[in-house]
Write a protein that binds this ligand. Sequence first.
Ligand code: HEC
Ligand code: HEC
Ligand code: HEC
Ligand code: HEC
Ligand code: HEC
Ligand code: HEC
Ligand code: HEC
Length: 560
Amino acid sequence: MAGSGWDWNLMRTRHRLRLRLLCLAAFPSWAAGADFVGSQSCAACHADLYRSFMQTQMAQSSGRVGTAAAQEQFDRTEFRDSPGQFSYRVGRAGSAYYFDFLQQGARQPIQGRRQFQYFVGSGAAARSYLMSVDGFLYEAPVSYYNRSASWNSAPGYAGFDYPYLTRPILPGCLQCHASGIQHIAGTQNAYATPPFLEGGVSCERCHGPGSDHIATGKPMVSPEKLAPAARDSICEQCHLSGEARVPKRGPDQDALPPGDALADHMTVFVRTGSMSQRKVTSHAENLAQSACKRASGDKLWCGTCHDPHSVPRAAEKAAYFRSKCLTCHRTSDCQAPQPSRQANGDDCVACHMPHNPVSDVDHVAFTDHSIQRRPAPASNLPPGNADLVVFRGGPASARDLGLAYAQVGLREQNATYLDRAFRLLQDAVAQGVGDTQTLVYLAQLYRDRSDDAHALPMYERVWRMDPGQYAAGSALGAYQMQRGNLEEAIRLWNQTLAISPALLLVRKNLATALWRTGRADQAQATLRQALEFNPSFQEAKDLLEQIVKSPAPVSPGIAK
Ligand code: HEC
Ligand code: HEC
Ligand code: HEC
Ligand code: HEC
Ligand code: HEC
Ligand code: HEC
Ligand code: HEC
């Protein structure tokens, strides 16, 4: 947000946020016929399974704040973000849960209160919170951490010198943590109320829609009886993040129908060498490295060790998992000295699948699923420029690989990756690929090279194909502004903000255009909205002050 006037890089991620920025994938709608009925409808006939499943973290992975049994206390505990500029306090008033932010050491401190509406994460490790602004969902800057039983900055939020209230909740986030997502098509992050029909992972996410089963006894999907690729896909849709997940088709973001193979819907990429260098991988990637998996192939899957409907109690864990190992191994297979094995009650997992000290919500495996003879301590070497390779869904086309490099490149601001993305996406388009994902990323890469001759028509094409592509709308508005077509810029930016209201630079630019065309009132309103989203947005404050002082634009305040 530097400089006066208006800014080019509206689409750029300014901050590196691990995995959360995943652009999630396209799934077509569910098999026609049966409807979703919700987990509670299963309780009548599967009472024990229902009761036990509802105790799991998967079942409790999201909901409305205040409705779940939770460890967190909304007791007005206070903490400061790491630069120490703002302090935060959570609290509760009646049925409303909120947090306050207060700037430190200023004479007229910036302060405010926002409400928590929904939570994401069972809280076994941590819990995130969502705020709703006119039906658009954003992540709250505070999270609860179970291990330290305390509140703190949300993951990826430490280090901001302003209250960061504008991180949109994309459908992919809810697809992994909730069921029956009610995303409003054509918007970035707007949802119907409620945004999901059921909190947590529902029975039907793994067994398919249940109406026919209940009405006529038609069999449900039995995951363990599916072909291995479809079976594994049920868990991997949520437990395999990889470095990048690239949808094969358009950007719609429905859930994976049980029975389908993930590889038919998306390509999942990992880094070469990530296996040996880093332990920061998701469970499915991690398991794939194990000698057990490599030697037993499809015989071993998540369901070999985990019963999704119940989690063993702490006291039973060692024996429970040991019995799973012993479906393939004999106790005599292990060459560790007997005394040391006796000392821990021959807890196979304690020695071969230890816990890694990873951070709370990094979306990486706590438990080392690579099952090594002598687990090496986790090393967090910087990932560098290792090639991205297909983990699921190959062989990768130029488009898929290009989009993967673009996703990771933008997330990490990795120039080498962005360069590869540029060349691959150029090839793809030359070969006739023309979906919106490909075009919008390639247009951005052209624009970063100041190659407007290529970028502009590409953005125009995207906007014609899909007026939900806010990145195209915001860029096209900027081009119109640059050419002096203020009315056209205003129209495009209003449309863009209807899709994604928290694009603050678009708001500021729009305000400038409105002011210049004599609409000082509208300009002020859009700036006030920007300041709701970021109360520390100094340029918006300055501009607002200027407009209030001289509603008729004396100095237009636009560079370029
Ligand atoms: C729709 C997404 C989704 C699917 C499908 C899914 N999981 Fe999960 N799973 C999650 C999420 C999210 C969590 C973390 C829940 C939390 O703590 O908030 C989780 C947690 C778990 C845990 C942690 C233990 C616990 O107490 O719950 C295990 C084990 C697990 N999943 C296994 C599986 C297996 C096995 C499958 C496939 C049969 C599977 N999951 C399918 C989303 C999913
Ligand atoms: C995360 C995926 C997942 C979820 C969620 C899930 N199941 Fe299952 N279910 C499985 C798998 C895998 C199997 C087969 C292996 C097993 O029994 O553990 C199975 C087996 C079953 C079976 C047949 C075997 C048996 O144990 O009787 C029934 C019935 C069943 N599930 C019902 C439910 C109901 C009801 C819910 C919700 C309360 C539910 N499932 C939620 C994955 C899931
Ligand atoms: C009206 C009673 C009833 C309801 C409600 C019901 N089921 Fe079942 N379900 C059964 C019976 C009976 C079986 C055993 C069928 C058999 O063994 O042949 C069964 C079997 C299953 C199986 C094993 C695979 C199969 O179809 O044989 C799964 C999985 C399952 N149910 C899941 C669910 C889920 C999920 C729900 C809720 C959406 C649900 N059931 C609701 C009666 C019910
Ligand atoms: C060889 C046995 C085994 C297999 C196979 C296995 N797990 Fe696990 N998993 C474990 C053990 C042991 C734990 C630790 C349980 C504990 O301490 O509570 C665990 C823990 C987890 C957890 C909780 C978070 C964590 O990292 O501790 C999740 C989620 C999970 N597994 C998912 C999966 C998925 C998804 C798959 C398939 C890709 C899978 N597991 C395959 C043994 C296994
Ligand atoms: C589905 C069968 C299966 C299950 C379940 C299984 N393993 Fe294995 N495991 C294997 C096979 C096969 C090998 C390879 C043996 C070989 O190469 O001689 C192996 C290898 C290993 C190795 C040697 C690793 C290395 O790098 O040399 C260890 C250690 C191991 N398993 C431990 C476990 C533990 C602990 C469990 C339970 C948490 C477990 N396994 C569960 C099949 C399995
Ligand atoms: C006290 C820690 C400890 C416990 C408990 C333990 N192991 Fe091991 N295990 C080891 C070590 C250390 C090695 C490697 C020995 C070596 O390389 O000389 C090993 C080796 C192995 C191997 C590789 C054997 C080979 O052929 O290379 C397997 C398989 C294995 N263990 C399985 C198990 C199973 C199954 C259990 C539970 C029944 C278990 N271990 C319990 C420490 C343990
Ligand atoms: C690809 C699926 C996926 C996406 C996307 C995803 N998560 Fe998760 N999340 C998981 C799984 C699976 C776990 C369980 C542990 C693990 O594997 O890391 C988890 C764990 C968590 C936890 C810790 C829960 C606990 O055990 O206490 C929080 C909090 C969380 N996620 C928040 C979010 C938020 C907020 C978003 C979106 C902005 C998000 N996640 C996006 C799959 C996902």
